[in-house]
Write a protein that binds this ligand. Structure first.
Ligand code: SAM
Length: 269
């Protein structure tokens, strides 16, 4: 790479990726295809699609996108061209888009996709619950409700709650509660609008993006001494009270924090 500066716009990565795709398509149509034509070289549609993908993946670096966007941008248009060769009815693409939309919903803004805590994480979290009965635990972004289901079966003396913003995972978590043995409450909504006061334990398995802001929210709203557990994504620059290593597929870790006493809020002068 040259010493050109990386352009880091204040935009969500999915919008940047869209911009990258539009730019790469324009560059391919305006520059590369006429250049091949001038040279008298006939290129196939799939070859043109890979040129567009090459331009798009190079643009990812310039636009400061994370490295995992590179293969997505490289293959997006070639995959569309490839899929078109099968003559699949457009309604199937629409159906697939709709299904993905119901699962991933606001990922383009939250940058928190759906992936599930391992059973090892479920088991380790049981050990991090308070010893006494009647405690309240919240799973922020409860996904399919697997964590809540497990905990509520293992600790029927506790109260378990979940919030999930994506409609399909929410519906599946709700059905899981109806059909299974778990006793938990699941709400469809945005946890940023939900007050965390009253929960003794808050569990989060999100992404690196919201952690700093979420920690501030937890410290403002949760009672001092209560627990905040983050699977895989530590709070930047905050030392956890404990780190639990999980022997699961991803070798994940649970970062366990205690909410500190509030300083300067309501303190005697
Ligand atoms: C990585 S998954 C974790 C699922 C589950 N907690 C588990 O451990 O298996 C994160 C979930 O958080 C949800 N989510 C992301 N942002 C949210 C928000 N602001 N409010 C509620 N749910 C959110 C996503 O839709 C996704 O289902």
């Amino acid at each position: 790479m040259t010493g050109l500066p990386v352009f880091r716009p204040v935009m969500s990565p999915s919008l940047i990726a869209l911009l990258v795709q539009i730019t790469a398509t324009a560059v391919t149509l305006v520059f590369f295809l006429p250049a091949f034509s001038l040279l008298g070289i006939d290129i196939s549609l799939i070859f043109a699609a890979f040129i567009q993908g090459g331009v798009a993946s190079a643009a990812c670096f310039r636009f400061g996108l994370a490295s995992w966007w590179v293969p997505i941008n490289l293959l997006f248009v070639p995959m569309v061209v490839w899929a078109l060769t099968f003559g699949i009815a457009p309604v199937w693409f629409l159906a697939a888009f709709f299904l993905l939309f119901l699962v991933f919903w606001s990922v383009y803004r939250s940058q928190v996709p759906l992936y599930l805590s391992s059973q090892k994480a479920w088991g380790a979290t049981v050990d991090l619950l308070p010893a006494g009965s009647g405690f309240a635990m919240l799973d922020l972004g409860a996904g399919l409700g697997g964590m809540l289901n497990h905990l509520s079966i293992k600790r029927p003396d506790g109260r378990f709650y979940g919030m999930e913003i994506a409609p399909l995972p929410f519906a599946l978590a709700w059905l899981r509660k109806i059909a299974g043995r778990g006793a938990y409450q699941i709400r469809w909504g945005n946890f940023w609008a939900h007050n965390l006061a009253g929960y003794d334990v808050v569990y989060a398995y999100l992404s690196p993006v919201p952690m700093a802001k979420l920690w501030v929210k937890a410290c403002m709203e949760m009672l001092p001494g209560s627990r905040f557990i983050s699977n895989s994504f530590p709070v930047p620059e905050v030392k956890p009270e404990e780190i639990v290593e999980l022997d699961d597929f991803h070798r994940s870790r649970l970062y366990v924090y205690r909410i500190p006493a509030r300083q300067g809020i309501g303190a005697a002068p």
